[in-house]
Design a protein around this ligand. Sequence first.
Ligand SMILES: Cc1cc2nc3c(=O)[nH]c(=O)nc-3n(C[C@H](O)[C@H](O)[C@H](O)COP(=O)(O)OP(=O)(O)OC[C@H]3O[C@@H](n4cnc5c(N)ncnc54)[C@H](O)[C@@H]3O)c2cc1C
Length: 455
Amino acid sequence: VAPTEALVRQLERIVGPGHVVTDLEVIAGYTADFTGRFRGHTAAVVRPLDAAQVAAVLSVCRAEGVALVPQGGNTGLVGGGVPLRGEVVLSLRRLDVISDVDPVGGQLTAGAGVTVGAVQRAATDIGWAYGVDLSSRDSATVGGTIATNAGGLRVLRHGDTRAQLLGVEAVLGTGEVVSHLGGLLKDNTGYHLPSLLCGSEGTLGVVTAARLRLVPPPHEPVVALVALSSVPGAVELAGSLRRELPGLEAVELFFDEGLDLVCTATGVAPPFARRHRAYLVVELSGGEPAAAALAGLLEGSGAMANSAVALDPVPAAALWRYREAHTEAINSIGPPHKMDVTLPPATLAEFVEAVPGAVTSIAPQARTWLFGHAADGNIHVNVTGVAPEDEAVDAVVLELAAAMGGSISAEHGIGTAKRRWLHLNRTPAELSTFATLKRALDPDNVLNPNVLLGG
Ligand SMILES: Cc1cc2nc3c(=O)[nH]c(=O)nc-3n(C[C@H](O)[C@H](O)[C@H](O)COP(=O)(O)OP(=O)(O)OC[C@H]3O[C@@H](n4cnc5c(N)ncnc54)[C@H](O)[C@@H]3O)c2cc1C
């Protein structure tokens, strides 16, 4: 149901007239996703200031039978945060306050609209770090990263977003506000609602704030770019790094075609004189001694000759850029289909070698670009040259990943993009439990009705 004029007036009374956006030019920034693959429409974007306003907005929309799509930084990659069927967009960006910063316990409370980058800076200011990092850090929000259980570049070291959550405040689909922001490290008092809401993709409740645990900052980081002649060699080296280097912070993977694209799109020179099949970006804590341990390990594996090591921030950032620029470089050549999968270590290399051929077997004109978080077995499969609505390549890639023992979503979520294939990873009993939870917490299906189970 589309919002009526009368509903818009009611929403204005809750959040103030300036915060119900109906100007189509401004609205355009909220109705298409980052990739341009998912485009929707809406008559209104509502921008509440706090949990009480969120609850009031939800309650009037529910009474009118109008669905809501919560939205944070709109960097999501599975079409979950845009109003594909004319829903009202509930933008959480004004909930952007950081409070109750505890330098002793290493914790802070962040509103849903605070960006990951702002949490990182607030943590650094008190001598700590935030365990989640991703290339979209300056736009992705605390609420969005909780809703998707974002992973990113430090999962190897600190776990995913769920692992950082000490508590949440949220407005459930029933309109009820649940809040548990005390931040106790040990608190076994029943169901752990933060875990349930984390990864629920805005289908059960709207996250309005979170109590986040902080982690010790990396100590004298060392960054290396290592070139390898084969994909199995890269997977094997990633395993050895995890086993041998206790200070390991991140191990990221990309390939020759992706590196060429990044260099063309950004104008940056290639890192090595010669092309290699696979590349790992490795980061570890520990300064000179850690760099020496890494060099010893690379020497043993024969990869030392094709590596660059940086101990200072500027050259280290330049090495990271080859990996971090992949998403934007791929976007620059047209809307990609993004399939974010995890494979067990035993089938990871085989999957990487098989997937481009599987794609061209049904879409000969398509190009496949692969990169990912090597230490987590997480490969981002990007396919360009295919119409946004043509889902045949999605089917081929996701079915291949599942057949090789993998997950169809490592960290981006299901959204609207992958709900057709959720059954590949979840049993009928699990899906029916999901539906029971959805009915209990959002009985009128007012929150993200098209995401995860919907459609
Ligand atoms: C360049 C780039 C790099 C990226 N790298 C990574 C990466 O390494 N790892 C990774 O996991 N992801 C990555 N992403 C994807 C994206 O940044 C994450 O999915 C992020 O968690 C989305 O946060 P957001 O605030 O932009 O959420 P949005 O895109 O606004 O929303 C995402 C989903 O969460 C819901 N939602 C948003 N806010 C709330 C809320 N307050 N309460 C309830 N539901 C809500 C939305 O309805 C939607 O379903 C990347 C994206 C880009 C563009």
